[in-house]
Design a protein around this ligand. Structure first.
Ligand code: SF4
Length: 415
């Protein structure tokens, strides 16, 4: 089923055509919303209740929120939009966990089940490196057939073959399962993984960090407290992680705001998150949809509200807000750069999880396509590594194009 990209783009078309200055937009909002946005511009993060309110804004009020997030983004991280050249490797889809939002997993014996041997993983890594990848991002299903130390030995073999590659691997769910299978506690297990070659950890398997929601989405998955314990342990071991959110299913705005609050509490303690990535739920081929638990939610304004609210709630704590071209499609993810985002994520080269769920944005965006998308929004593309160090040469002669209703680097006439 198509993701109806044209309609989705229309739903946020007003973002590109709203010629009011930020001050005018703020003036047109109600006093409660205006107070939150004014305080955000002054560096005061919205409370959980205020964040939940911002997530519900639509239309003209959303335009004020987006203008505020764009201004804050410009103040805090400037006009550079980063991307990473990486290769995604979903090395097995065999999984017994049964998350109802997942269309990727297969049971052992299913004709579509696969579990790549290490030689195949190494070959795909080499292919990625040949195309310029500085990172592999490796996650898979939870396959009980694999030996207890499989996550460790796989890393050892990758590290032996590619001593300089950045290995970004294993979700907290894989850490949870791997530690249990190998009989180690989390500090011991993460130390072993680091010794074997792990550089950073994806902060996935977070979905919504609320146990009532998690029980409906996936009652066998690790609970909120365990997710937090694994992430904090990784940070304490010097293993940075990303942070994520999956929205657009059964959650309420308050769940999302509380989720972001939990992330900012962790970040305040550890400083170990490199980025925040809100991920729109892809519903088409999932049990949540076929069992009638969720209905399709139109794309567009909700996505912009999530990104913009994230920028404000995480201000001063997590600077890098990443859009998801895989989940949103190219056009909406391009537009989301106006709603507080400063990172496009990775080229991927292979992305099975969203594709199986019904996303149709493809599995690869070339660096050239990233640059064109970023420049079309009047911003400056730069290649980064996994931990946000810029690793390309700045293109000094580049002059950002002016677009109607939009000035390079921000809203026309914005304060
Ligand atoms: S999301 Fe991960 S743990 Fe859950 S069913 Fe899919 S592959 Fe398994």
């Amino acid at each position: 089923m198509s993701y109806e990209t044209e309609e989705n783009a229309d739903a946020v078309e007003f973002l590109l055509t709203d010629e009011r200055t930020l001050e005018q937009r703020l003036g047109d909002t109600g006093s409660y919303t205006r107070g939150i946005l004014d305080r955000s511009l002054a560096g005061i993060r919205p409370t959980v209740e205020e964040g939940a309110h911002l997530l519900t804004l639509r239309g003209s009020d959303l335009s004020a929120l987006i203008g505020t997030a764009d201004t804050v983004r410009k103040q805090d991280v400037g006009d550079v939009v980063t991307y990473v050249i990486n290769r995604n490797i979903n090395w097995t889809n065999v999984c017994f966990v049964g998350c109802k939002f997942c269309a990727f997993a297969r049971l052992k014996g299913d004709k579509e089940a696969y579990d790549d041997p290490t030689t195949a993983v190494l070959a795909r890594i080499q292919e990625g490196i040949d195309r310029g990848a500085t990172e592999i991002c490796m996650q898979g299903g939870i396959n009980p057939e694999n030996p207890p130390h499989h996550y460790i030995t796989l890393l050892e073999e990758i590290r032996a073959a590619f001593p300089d590659l950045h290995i970004h691997a294993y979700s907290p769910m894989e850490i949870f399962y791997g530690a249990r299978r190998s009989g180690m506690d989390y500090p011991e297990y993460l130390t072993e993984l680091k010794r074997a070659g792990l550089d950073t950890l994806p902060g996935t398997a977070a979905e919504i960090l609320d146990d009532d929601v998690r029980e409906i989405l996936s009652h066998k998955k690790l609970d909120t407290a365990t997710w937090v314990r694994i992430i904090k342990t990784a940070h304490a071991q010097g293993i940075p992680t990303t942070s994520t959110l999956m929205y657009g299913h059964i959650e309420t705005p308050m769940h999302v705001a509380r989720h972001i609050e939990l992330l900012r509490q962790i970040q305040g303690e550890t400083g170990g998150f490199s980025e925040f990535v809100p991920l729109r739920f892809i519903w088409q081929n999932t049990a949540l949809f076929t069992q009638g638990i969720v209905k399709p939610i139109p794309q567009g304004q909700r996505d912009m509200a999530v990104y913009a609210t994230s920028r404000l709630m995480l201000r001063g704590l997590i600077d890098n807000i990443q859009t998801s071209w895989v989940k949103l499609g190219r056009e909406l993810s391009r537009l989301s750069l106006m709603a507080g985002c400063n990172d496009m994520g990775g080229t991927l080269m292979e992305e099975s999880i969203s594709r199986e769920a019904g996303a149709d944005s493809g599995e690869y965006l070339s660096p050239q396509e990233f640059k064109e998308m970023i420049r079309s929004m009047g911003r400056i593309p730069r290649q980064r590594n996994t931990v946000y160090e810029l690793i390309d040469e700045a293109e000094d002669d580049y002059i950002a194009p002016q677009q109607e209703g939009y000035a390079a680097g921000g809203w026309s006439g914005s304060s």
